[in-house]
Design a protein around this ligand. Sequence first.
Ligand code: ADP
Ligand code: MG
Length: 685
Amino acid sequence: MEVTQLNGVGPALATKLDKLGLRNVEDLLFHLPIRYQDRTRLVPLHSLSPKIACLVEGQITSSSLQRGRRVSLRVSISQNGASLGLRFMHFHAHQAKSFTNGRNVRCFGELRPGPQGLEMVHPEYVLFDDVPPTLADQLTPIYPTTEGLSLTRMGQLIALAWQQLEQGTLILDELLPQQLINQYQLPSLQESLRQLHYPHVHADLHLLQDQVTPAKLRLVLEELIAHQLTLKRAKQQNQRLPAPTLALSKHLEQGLIENLPFELTGAQQRVWQEVATDLTTPVPMVRMVQGDVGSGKTVLAALAACRAVDHGCQVAVLAPTEILAEQHFHNFSHWLEPLGINVAWLTGKQKAQVKRQSLAAIASGEGQVIVGTHALFQEAVEYQHLGLIIIDEQHRFGVAQRHSLVKKAPPGKGLHQLVMTATPIPRTLAMSAYGDLDHSLIDELPPGRKPINSVLLNNTKRAEVIERIHLACNSGQQVYWICPLIEASEVLQCEAAQDTAALLTQQLNNIKVGLVHGRLSSAEKAEVMAQFKAGHIQLLVATTVVEVGVDVPNANLMVIDNAERLGLAQLHQLRGRVGRGQAQSHCLFMYQAPLSAMGRERLDILRQSNDGFVIAERDLQLRGPGEVLGTRQAGAVGLRIADLMRDAHLLPEVKVIAEGYISYPHKTEKIISRWVGENQAFAKV
Ligand code: ADP
Ligand code: MG
């Protein structure tokens, strides 16, 4: 039953619902509240606590305009001797006048600490004189909505869908195995949905939001199973067509290993074996190699490339940024050309004529290993015989993008995928977000690396920091100065970096300062990086474009400005640019005071640990999976009611249950479409 069959739902509304992935009436029933508000009772003013949204009432005792950076309206209310302040930043003159002393006001809002105790900023409110407004008779569910679709309207639509269910015009299939229902004594699907959409007036709000009640558990299990099945199916799709069998052939591989100026670490050897084993079978490899920054993933990629080339296959090496692609191109050329392998290069910013040449070399097979950016999977690129794709820094690419490269395999053939990431993804998340990938972990750094010494510094210590840079540069060391995103705009970010570079050039006499940011052309960026690598530039001021992969061992001091604004994973990545040489490295995280308690805690984690996995786990606890994975992957995870942290313990069992669905393709389809819906297309590609 489509949503348009509901009363009052026309095409315009249907389009809005579609944005939320709601197409059928059934979808509405599975559009669950993200939280609840309690408007059923008044909280006395003398028992308020911060950060909680609640309904309060009081008599107005004063109302005044306050001048700060901008004018705000402050209203005081009192009740039985206790008082509370209300604050409005945006208001009309008539609104300000309406708060007359002696009138009553009822407000709903979140309480925050203000200059004079707790206050409510921009509460919803109703003024009244004698008759108080009525209270809600049940908890108010808060649903995700989209622009132009109010919460009230959403509630009404869900109520309409609910009616269909109660009247029996809509029937929900039971999709969980009976045995599971018995084991956990789960309530029926309808009862579970009722408890979430229409919680009882006496239901405890915190219990409802934070605890897994049996009703909730039932839906959590359904969702996790649906999710697991989606991933399984994605993997099957990925492996439908046979890939070339790349059996052991020592020729090129051995050549590469012999030419390396170092021995592979134990971890590198183990992971290489895992990869090599995958390559020898026609089942397409879909493997992710995780390894902290500097753990030496690139050489493994080069080994895999050798194996493929030895069998006459082409290899595409995909990097997320021009700088990184450039660097890979250098590394791969340096390692592979002596073995007689032709390494080609393709990016979106190449001049038309150069690009035509690259494309021709790729199509003819002359280009054996092709390094590049997104350009690699564009329509116009035709490969002669692509057999292996290597994707560096996976978290920058979505599943869909990965798949557009897979489609470049010869007709009717599959190919092997090697995905490399330095983002340490906690195990629970990896299981869910990357369930379609096998994992290998490089859990050892090359020998002789000294742990980076990290320090937190108040921005007021800037002068000392600059002095320190001076000393470092004068003793032949190199330094990074990172200016992170300050405004959500690339232009402003680049301007900030430009300003900083100008200022530092002024303050650091005789020191050669370079600047790299996202608005430089790739040639310009490459030029600056080359100069830095060659030591001609001593201090490199950069935006976060240097985040991934850049390798300059002589740089051993990094300053990160406004560190409190960046995510932990990103800071850890940035920091990984130093600590690559013999000398002791330092990373100075400069922050703008005052630092919130959370801000301090986060930076402290970085100061205390150099282990990407520890940092990722803590980041996950502090910020939640959406933030840790970045928006794209969060979208891919896209859970409605399950919570990967809270429900992680269910995952092993969910995996087993999901296996049991193999014999029921019909049920599999249904549960996937019920829970994953819109994202399904995304995961399927
Ligand atoms: P990442 O895993 O961050 O991509 P890279 O592949 O860039 O790391 O390697 C970091 C540095 O370590 C490079 O200079 C690389 O040549 C070097 N390296 C890699 N493996 C080893 C090893 N086994 N012993 C010593 N140095 C190594
Ligand atoms: Mg790398």
